[in-house]
Design a binder for this molecule. Structure first.
Ligand SMILES: Nc1ncnc2c1ncn2[C@@H]1O[C@H](COP(=O)(O)OP(=O)(O)OP(=O)(O)O)[C@@H](O)[C@H]1O
Length: 251
């Protein structure tokens, strides 16, 4: 297994945000995590990437413990995170955002004196093609559509060469067409990366979940199964009942 998590828990002011018995992920697996609001999904990804410190538990990545390590050490170990909030520089072009991301892979001292190389240009181009950004390369990032901004964010994570990518609600606020393209992009990326995606949009989950879906509820793992198993599970249906009927109808 690439990632192994056991008995991971964290409380905030006495409230159990996460109390996860077990979670594991294979190399090149694309896992989707779903669950109602406040289920602990973002907290789980925050702990894996070192942004939040857990109270206790075990997390091994590539056979080594990353529990309690800093965000920098975890990123160096090969875990990249795309947050829900945009973090691109709107005044810079798409190309400059990508170049900066590629530079940031190096330490700050190296970045200061860093010059682009043909190999790096090739890499940026390759990532831009993968994320459908080639025709907006020289546009300011602030002028991109919402979907394109999200793809730029994903491209920035891809440029860090992570083994595992953690992606929080990539389709939030997207049009149907953008959502579908995002699903296709993630499926393509999953050929070369392991990916954990948090998502609420069930149509999108159905598109990308060709392996397992993990359902979190109130910080605990309710079940894990194929999309069909999850959508027909009475406990899953019950926990969505009365919360988001629109989601239930699409389940
Ligand atoms: N830094 C924090 N301080 C205090 N409470 C927090 C903090 N982060 C998360 N929580 C609480 O932990 C619980 C889990 O939150 P989390 O954001 O992980 O859920 P989620 O499943 O990602 O929800 P959503 O789908 O709404 O994003 C919630 O009750 C939330 O209020």
């Amino acid at each position: 297994m690439l990632l192994n998590v056991n008995n991971l828990s964290v409380s905030f002011g006495g409230v159990h945000a996460l109390d996860l018995d077990h979670f594991s992920l294979r190399d090149k697996e694309l896992r989707v995590i779903i669950g109602p609001n406040g289920a602990g999904k973002s907290t789980f990804l925050d702990i894996i990437c070192g942004k939040t410190k857990a109270d206790k538990g075990e997390i091994t990545f590539n056979g080594k413990s990353i529990f309690g390590k800093s965000e920098v050490k975890i990123a160096e170990a090969g875990i990249g995170r795309k947050f829900q909030k945009p973090s691109v520089f709107p005044g810079l072009t798409v190309y400059d955002n990508l170049l900066l991301a590629a530079k940031m892979k190096k330490d700050i001292f190296t970045s200061l004196f860093f010059k682009s190389t043909p190999a790096l240009e090739e890499k940026i181009h390759h990532v831009a093609v993968k994320l459908s950004l080639t025709n907006v390369m020289y546009k300011p990032a602030g002028d991109l559509s919402h979907g394109q901004k999200q793809w730029l964010e994903i491209a920035i994570v891809v440029l860090q060469d992570p083994t595992l990518m953690l992606i929080d609600e990539p389709a939030a606020g997207m049009s149907d067409e953008e959502t579908e393209s995002t699903g296709a992009l993630l499926l393509e990326l999953s050929k070369s990366h392991s990916i954990i995606v948090i998502e609420h949009d069930m149509k999108f989950v159905e598109q990308i979940a060709n392996e397992l879906v993990t359902v979190l509820v109130r910080g605990k793992r309710l079940m894990e199964g194929t999309f069909a198993e999850v959508k027909n599970d009475q406990r899953v249906i019950d926990c969505y009942l009365g919360r988001t009927n629109a989601q239930l109808e699409t389940l």
